[in-house]
Design a protein around this ligand. Structure first.
Ligand code: PMP
Length: 448
């Protein structure tokens, strides 16, 4: 029996989606073109998006808490973005020359983010993380990186190490092992990755000291989503910054996801002054983008007037005018007031969910900040990846929770951060809370 045959009629997978999936299976190894597409077991195929909602190919409307993995801060089809993009398409979509639009987006971002002076655009978060690490290497002359266990930073080999360990292989708390993501990763890659546990102040300090002479950078995410969307403990980032300064290591903050935490970004919010900040997702207004922003001295590796770059960085579609214009339209609409409104809605959803959990006396907990939240099948909110890691029973409970939301026409990401968009309002928030209350109160027929 297929999993979804067991769920009630409302919200069951559409037959058109099933048909499309069958076609997809003929051309893609697993039926789709990215591993992150949710399948239960059939993905739902989308016809279009409108504001806070997605419409599937059978015309069913669902509140979207995924927003393409937190990218669409204004939801779908945001008019300033569509207008800007439509006007550009008639004029050409990519050139081997720069356009004025890249300068406008660069000025907007550098004007908002303290501590960075120069920026370079690429096409994805993965590419931005890769070039940021290469920049740290070119600047320091060292090959290694330190990274937080369980945090996701895209698909560059070095940051994939330590991303997906399990209790059976991740090693002792004092010395987390550099577990490769897949078989066949060159051993040399793992040798140059030091895995740190988030919020482990003493352990991380010791491990950085041990590896210091080979470390180019410490890669952090101010609130790593896959590692639990957990908040930094007081003192953790201070220790990282002090250690970095002591040993001449750069701090590289991956804000691909968490830049949406505030007008000045996540590092500013948590009081960190990184040498390099990596951006992506929201800054492209729904189009492919990534960016590396950094201190002037560090960014010189990409070149300076009259000087050859020590790190040549190109990219056929880098800074293409479509992404630049879309990003500018989306980000200029993200005023401080809009960030404030999102923050208030985020507090409303986290408070409402926490109250529902209190009412049932535990089982779940909530983490997150600003417009982001994660529901954990744990009575105590996790503080790092090992605590957030789900047992098979907990994972099954979360799948049932996601399925419950799906049956109530709300798309809740499973095992990743859920996010709000400016297209939502308090009514949407209250619907999310009510849906969770319903599940928590055990009224849901699929729970048993
Ligand atoms: N870093 C973080 C923190 C991310 O969340 C992601 C994407 N989820 C990436 C890097 C990679 O970005 P992309 O998918 O655009 O390559």
């Amino acid at each position: 029996m297929r999993y979804y045959d067991a769920v009630p009629a409302a919200g069951t997978r559409s037959s058109r989606s099933e048909e499309l999936f069958r076609s997809g299976l003929r051309v893609f190894p697993d039926g789709t073109s990215r591993v992150t597409v949710e399948r239960n077991p059939t993905p739902i195929y989308i016809s279009h998006g409108e504001g806070a909602y997605l419409f599937d190919v059978d015309g069913r409307r669902r509140l979207d808490l995924n927003n393409n993995y937190t990218t669409l801060i204004h939801g779908h089809g945001f008019t300033p973005v569509t207008t800007a993009v439509a006007s550009q398409l008639e004029r050409g979509s990519c050139f081997a020359n720069p356009t004025e639009h890249e300068i406008a987006l660069a000025e907007l971002l550098l004007g908002r983010i303290p501590t960075v002076d120069r920026i370079r655009f690429v096409n994805s978060g993965t590419e931005a993380v890769m070039f940021a690490i290469k920049a740290a290497r070119a600047f320091t002359g060292r090959p290694g990186i330190a990274r937080i266990e369980g945090a996701y930073h895209g698909a560059y080999d070095w940051v994939e190490i330590g991303q997906a360990g399990t209790p059976s292989n991740w090693g002792p708390d004092e010395s987390p092992l550099p577990i490769p993501l897949y078989r066949g990763v060159p051993e040399a890659v793992a040798r140059d990755v030091t895995v740190l546990r988030f919020n482990d102040i003493e352990g991380a300090e010791r491990r950085i000291a041990q590896a210091a002479d080979r470390l180019s950078c410490i890669v952090i995410d101010p609130m790593p989503s896959r590692a639990g969307l957990t908040a930094p403990k007081p003192g953790f980032f201070e220790m990282l910054e002090l250690s970095a300064r002591k040993y001449g290591i750069l701090i590289l903050a991956d804000e691909v996801l968490n830049f949406r935490q505030g007008y000045h970004g996540a590092s500013a919010r948590y009081g960190i002054a990184p040498d390099i900040i990596v951006l992506g997702k929201i800054i492209g207004g729904g189009f492919p983008i990534g960016a590396i922003a950094g201190r002037e001295e560090v960014m010189k590796v990409f070149g300076a007037p009259g000087a050859k770059p020590t790190l040549p960085q190109g990219g056929t579609f880098s800074a293409n005018p479509v992404s630049m214009l879309a990003g500018y339209a989306a980000m200029s609409a993200m005023t401080e007031a809009e960030f404030g409104r999102l923050e208030t809605m985020g507090e409303r959803v986290r408070r409402g969910l926490a109250a529902a959990i209190d009412a049932i006396g535990g089982t779940f907990s909530i983490t997150g900040s600003a417009s982001l939240f994660r529901i954990h099948p744990k009575p105590k909110p996790p503080t790092q990846f090992r605590e957030a890691f789900m047992s098979p029973e907990e994972a099954a409970l979360m799948s049932r929770l996601s399925m419950h939301f799906f049956n109530h026409d709300i798309l809740l990401p499973n095992g990743a951060a859920a996010c709000l968009s400016t297209a939502m309002d308090d009514e949407d928030i209250d619907r999310i809370i009510a849906c969770f209350q319903d599940f928590a109160a055990d009224k849901d027929p699929i729970k048993n």
